[in-house]
Design a protein around this ligand. Sequence first.
Ligand SMILES: Cc1cc2nc3c(=O)[nH]c(=O)nc-3n(C[C@H](O)[C@H](O)[C@H](O)COP(=O)(O)OP(=O)(O)OC[C@H]3O[C@@H](n4cnc5c(N)ncnc54)[C@H](O)[C@@H]3O)c2cc1C
Length: 406
Amino acid sequence: MQSRQIVIAGAGVAGLTAALAFAERGYPIKLFEQAPRLEAAGAGIQLSPNATRILRQLGVLDRLSPAAVRPEAVVLRDAGTLRELARVPLGDLAEKRWQAPYLVAHRADLQNALMARVAELPGIELVTGARVSGVATGQHGLIATTEIGDKSVEAEGFLLIGADGVWSATRAAAGFSSRNRFSGELAWRATVSADSAAGKAFAAIAATDCVTTFLHPGFHLVAYPVSKGTAFNLAAFTMGEIIAEGWSGNADVKILTSAMRGTAPALARLVEEAGPWTAWPIHTVDQRQPWTTSDGIALIGDAAHAMTPFAAQGAAMAIEDAATLAGFIAASPAVPKGALAAWEQDRRPRVARIASRGAVNRLAWHAAGPVAMARNLFLAMRSSEKLAADLDWLYGWRAPETVGRR
Ligand SMILES: Cc1cc2nc3c(=O)[nH]c(=O)nc-3n(C[C@H](O)[C@H](O)[C@H](O)COP(=O)(O)OP(=O)(O)OC[C@H]3O[C@@H](n4cnc5c(N)ncnc54)[C@H](O)[C@@H]3O)c2cc1C
């Protein structure tokens, strides 16, 4: 008798979404998270309609919406002159066009919404302080070894989902390269309250109900409201040295301020007022290595394909991965190995296209001189409607029919 037990390593966005998508289909889940408590790393997150559509299907969106903000537009501005270069309308128009909202939220609010839904569904056993360290083949599937305190515990399942992020131990246990690559860039993050000096400095230069990206050859800065508009999330991106293994670390804020030469004084003031900044080294995973094995391991989210965040799609891809994987497996329960291969084949082109989109954004946003002038001209000639239409493939995406919801 084929076991239906699923083991998931990592309870980030990918792991929690996978737990929900599989539990909804009746699979029992063991979800292991190495952290002693679930704490949302980082500050804000943009959730585009391709992701919120899935969150709605999984019963998460209703729990997230009260804390999130539905921005009115994505706006690009020149960091030197603060001039508006382009505007993609969101709000009602996004919802009508892509049939799901574009939201911005604090990561803790997303995690709370996912966790609230996890607590409601039967069949999900979440164990914190549990680090998956190895995998072997057992009688009825795979056996994941998990370190819990000073004990080593074994959990058997027909499928092991590695949702353990860019530093994935499952990726190594599957026999793929355990290494990731430092992209050479740092993300600088700060959250400021709307009524602080920094909050007022932001309100003085941009609409507080939009996602605004300030473009400059040395950096770009993305700012948007979170927590129902009571705070703003700021994320600036510069080149930098590798600073720490893992997500967060400290670096000299002079790296950021010196990258901002020629910036409008009001924007420089915002950055000065907004500290302390936390610097996050951006690591990526080589997408050419496999995401699945023939004996039942699947890597999803950053464990499979951590990408630079310049399309704001890493978590969205984790959510899509999780939902589609559950669909492929459920549609083909007798041959999970074939389903894994089919899932990987289906996902690869989309993830690759999105990673390329991020790389193009990075180039365009940091353009200088004549290239920046050409970019600005191109954007000036493109209507908001055309800019929105350019995103239909990304935000209007739906899971393949065969793996749609029951
Ligand atoms: C600056 C920045 C801004 C971003 N902005 C956006 C955005 O606006 N929109 C968007 O969609 N994406 C964004 N992203 C990308 C997004 O944050 C990631 O792609 C996403 O969080 C990946 O989720 P994950 O669950 O795959 O991995 P993680 O969030 O890394 O979760 C992995 C989990 O696994 C646990 N774990 C690790 N190893 C083990 C183990 N061996 N055993 C058990 N548990 C383990 C970890 O503790 C963690 O809880 C951004 C990224 C950065 C750096």
